[in-house]
Design a protein around this ligand. Structure first.
Ligand code: UN1
Length: 475
């Protein structure tokens, strides 16, 4: 029996079905999921529009309690949900449980934020007049989420949207519908009124497009690829919708000659290869000061040889499969490209076993101008680029069309400070991997990585509300 869409508080089937398979073991079917149509999107948007006035006017305590309950249920089920997440996406059980806990915390954080929505009272330039600035929800918001964080990203968009009084239509990635479906069940169970939260699963070209083009969807928040992001931005601009885009990265990790390699090597291994490199915050360019380069590469190779690849459900596994055959082909294509561009390849082999496995790859002697150093791969592959000193490393780090996350490993306060100030990225890490962020602070980038205001933390209010300036003359 296929898992269904949630529209107006009812579970409804779409027009076809899709199998959700485990990338570590394609024989393992995680579940069968319905695929909705544009008409399901219309129904979901209508339900969300009908539910909006009461939800927007509900006591913030009412909204907070529902979000808090949802967060609590997610936390209490994190082992079971983590296992399903690992089976549908391929990340290790530890990463999957960590992600599920993050989702639970996100709901609980935004439960609190629902009660903290604040405005301003500003003196008017006219006497006897009061000016108040308040924040109001937007209406129906459309959320489009990727496969690489199947529960955390749906949670970090849904929780603030609902906390501030919007109603939601969520379209999760087709490869990973299970966690979003569980989140929908949990919101339902937590007491979310019919129509406040709707789930429509199906292909992006159908469901996503219908959401972007629907006149009653006030805003779209999207995380995914650059190409799709551009299409969504164009559609939203045409209809003057608010839009928030979180797209790719080619995140630099600078390793200075003065770095503590006991800190730098694990940070680079984690940033480049954990979650099989399938994070938009992954460290895909390791920019290493020449005087430490050979030692660093040697230490990285030793650490890579020690990495345990395999079934993500085994507790010793550190690196699981890539998400799909298509993604594996893409990654192998970039390994070949890097080689043809003159890089020396370490690892990067397709493993001959069931599932979509490859060994992590370093592209040695890479230059920053190679295509393999400029385009996002979204796999466990990192270019190693030599730098002559701090200024050169900084220039290389910033020489990219992306600007999501960046990092530096150094023991110099001066290098750390200068890098934090001059890095053209939305998030900067010192002696930490570029990936793996806190859930209660802003997330987002610059240049080609992001568009619109930041996600997460109290800054999420910018996107999910609209300002109103009210003037009152009391007479
Ligand atoms: C993280 O690094 O902890 O899609 C989160 C992504 C990002 C999330 C990264 N939006 O990879």
């Amino acid at each position: 029996m296929a898992k269904l869409n949630l529209i107006a508080g009812e579970w409804v089937s779409g027009s076809s079905e899709i199998e959700n398979r485990n990338p570590a073991n394609p024989e393992d079917i995680v579940g069968i999921y319905t695929r909705g149509t544009a008409s399901d999107v219309n129904d979901a948007v209508s339900a969300a529009a009908v539910a909006f006035p009461d939800w927007a006017d509900a006591s913030p305590q009412f909204r907070a309690d529902i979000l808090d309950r949802a967060g609590q249920i997610i936390l209490s089920r994190h082992t079971e949900i983590g296992r399903i997440l690992s089976r549908e996406e391929g990340k290790t059980l530890a990463e999957a449980m960590g992600e599920t806990i993050r989702a639970g915390h996100l709901f609980k954080f935004f439960a609190g934020e629902a009660l903290r929505l604040a405005g301003d009272s500003i003196a008017s330039i006219r006497s006897g007049v009061d000016v108040e600035v308040t924040r109001e929800p937007l209406g129906v918001v459309g959320l489009i989420t990727p496969w690489n964080f199947p529960i955390a990203i749906p949670a970090w968009k849904t929780a603030p949207a609902l906390a501030y009084g919007n109603t939601v239509v969520l379209k999760p990635a087709e490869q990973t519908p299970a966690c979003a479906h569980i989140m929908a069940e949990i919101l339902h169970e937590a007491g979310c009124p019919p129509g406040v939260f709707n789930l429509v699963m199906g292909p992006g070209s159908v469901i996503g497009d219908a959401m972007v083009n629907h006149p009653n969807v006030a805003a779209i928040s999207f995380t995914g690829s650059e190409g799709v992001g551009q299409r969504i931005a164009d559609g939203c601009a045409r209809l003057r919708k608010k839009v928030q885009l979180e797209m790719g990265g080619k995140n630099p990790m600078v390793v200075m000659g003065d770095a503590d390699l006991d800190v730098a090597v694990p940070a680079c291994i984690n940033g480049a290869f954990y979650s099989t490199g399938q994070r938009c915050t992954a460290s895909s360019r390791l920019i290493v000061e020449a005087n430490i380069h050979d030692t660093f590469v040697e230490r990285m190779q030793t650490a890579m040889n020690d990495l345990v690849l395999g079934n993500p459900l085994d507790s010793t596994t550190q690196i699981g499969p890539v998400v799909s055959e298509g993604q594996l082909r893409n990654n192998m294509g970039y390994v070949e490209l890097a080689q043809s561009e003159g890089a020396e390849i370490v690892g990067g082999k397709h493993l001959d076993q069931p599932g979509f496995f490859q060994s992590p790859a370093l592209f040695l002697n890479a230059t920053n101008s190679m295509r393999s150093s400029r385009e996002e791969i979204f796999g466990p592959c990192a270019s190693v680029i030599k730098a002559d000193g701090f200024e050169h490393a900084l220039a290389l780090a910033n020489d990219t069309n992306f600007g999501l996350s960046s990092g530096i490993c150094t023991t110099s306060l001066r290098h750390a400070r200068n890098f934090k100030r001059s890095s053209e990225a939305g998030m900067v890490m010192v002696n930490l991997p570029t990936a793996g962020v806190d859930y209660h602070v802003p997330f987002g980038g610059r240049k080609g990585s992001s568009f619109g205001s930041r996600e997460q933390g109290r800054y999420a209010v910018e996107f999910y509300t609209s300002l109103k300036t009210a003037y009152t003359f009391a007479g």
